[in-house]
Design a protein around this ligand. Structure first.
Ligand code: FAD
Length: 293
């Protein structure tokens, strides 16, 4: 199918882009990497009158350390994140998660801002942002606002972002070296969207877990922060009893829906499997592995 007819503008500044969005409201759509939007246009799931192409606005791309955080411009591609030595050192969860996103061709064009704006609960960056307690930087006609990721995702594809606003950056706290991270997911094939995925951070002190953060991919209408399981693990040695309690807690934290291939019950089970694997990996050093279901 071909998309409905639309007009196209390529503004050269964020203010100019916002002016277009203000004029058209929800009859306009921002386009960044186009890796999600082009498909929805072609299938006529979306039929905007105007496309506002932010892809060449200067200053919206790049990765830099600012004090205790790393700022990632909204137009930074998945591939740039995957290959960033700066992120591998300061926010390793992101370089661990990046290879799980689709295929190289999509990672070359797709952007972190587009992924956070679209807010697919099966996408990797939204869950990473929750686990990291990142901040989404948003600009609109009224100026700039900073929204903690933990307040940003409201419901399925519903976020704090309005139709007249643009995400300009994602700010991630630097992960201290003592706090390890692991990203794991189960997918039917390498490059597919995850059935379930998990972003885990924790500091280990005398075999006990501290500052635990667990965020799941594909386990609810939004990326899901597993707060009850986090509490069950906090300050404890992850022995069989503690892990059992944390898996039990996941039944309260997660709300997966079935998809074409996987029932909700299977997703819940797989979330528990991932939790056990991720903790084991964390205790043995915190590195990345890839899994297929
Ligand atoms: C075959 C295939 C497999 C994929 N697999 C995965 C996967 O496994 N994991 C995964 O996470 N993703 C996957 N994706 C999606 C891909 O990562 C997209 O790149 C990403 O979701 C959107 O980024 P984009 O820059 O392409 O955004 P676009 O497609 O340009 O836009 C997506 C949406 O975000 C809005 N938007 C974009 N940028 C901004 C901004 N800065 N401010 C406000 N609104 C904005 C647009 O209006 C649109 O609604 C896959 C895509 C394809 C085609």
């Amino acid at each position: 199918m071909k998309p409905s007819a639309f007009d196209y503008v390529r503004p050269s500044s964020v203010d100019e882009a916002i002016a277009h969005l203000e004029q058209f409201g929800d009859r306009a759509k921002v386009i960044a990497g186009g890796q999600t939007l082009m498909a929805t246009l072609n299938m006529r799931l979306s039929a905007p009158e105007l496309l506002v192409d932010i892809g060449r606005i200067p200053g919206l791309s790049g990765i830099e350390v600012r004090g205790s955080l790393v700022s990632i411009g909204a137009l930074t591609t998945h591939r740039e994140i995957e290959r960033s030595a700066l992120l591998a050192r300061h926010v390793p969860l992101l370089t661990q998660a990046a290879p799980h996103i689709a295929h190289a061709a999509i990672r070359n064009s797709g952007t972190i801002g587009g992924s956070i704006a679209f807010a697919d609960p099966a996408a990797e960056w939204p869950a990473c942002c929750l686990a990291l307690d990142a901040v989404i930087v948003i600009r609109g006609a009224g100026g700039e606002r900073r929204v903690p990721a933990r307040n940003y995702f409201h419901n399925l594809y519903e976020t704090d972002l309005s139709a007249t606003e643009i995400i300009t950056a994602i700010e991630c706290p630097i992960t201290p070296p003592a706090r390890r991270s692991v990203f794991l997911e189960l997918a039917r094939r390498q490059g597919d969207y995850a059935i379930v995925g998990l972003a885990l951070l924790a500091r280990i002190d005398a075999d006990k877990l501290h500052e635990v953060a667990l965020a799941f991919v594909g386990a609810g209408p939004t990326p899901m922060l597993a707060t009850t399981a986090m509490t069950a693990l906090e300050g404890r040695t992850p022995d069989a009893e503690t892990l059992h309690a944390a898996r039990e807690a996941l039944t309260r934290d997660l709300d997966p829906g079935p998809d074409l291939y996987t029932s909700a019950a299977t997703k819940r089970h797989l979330a528990g499997v991932l939790l056990g694997r991720a903790i084991a990996q964390l205790m043995s050093g915190g590195d990345q592995t890839h899994g297929t279901a």
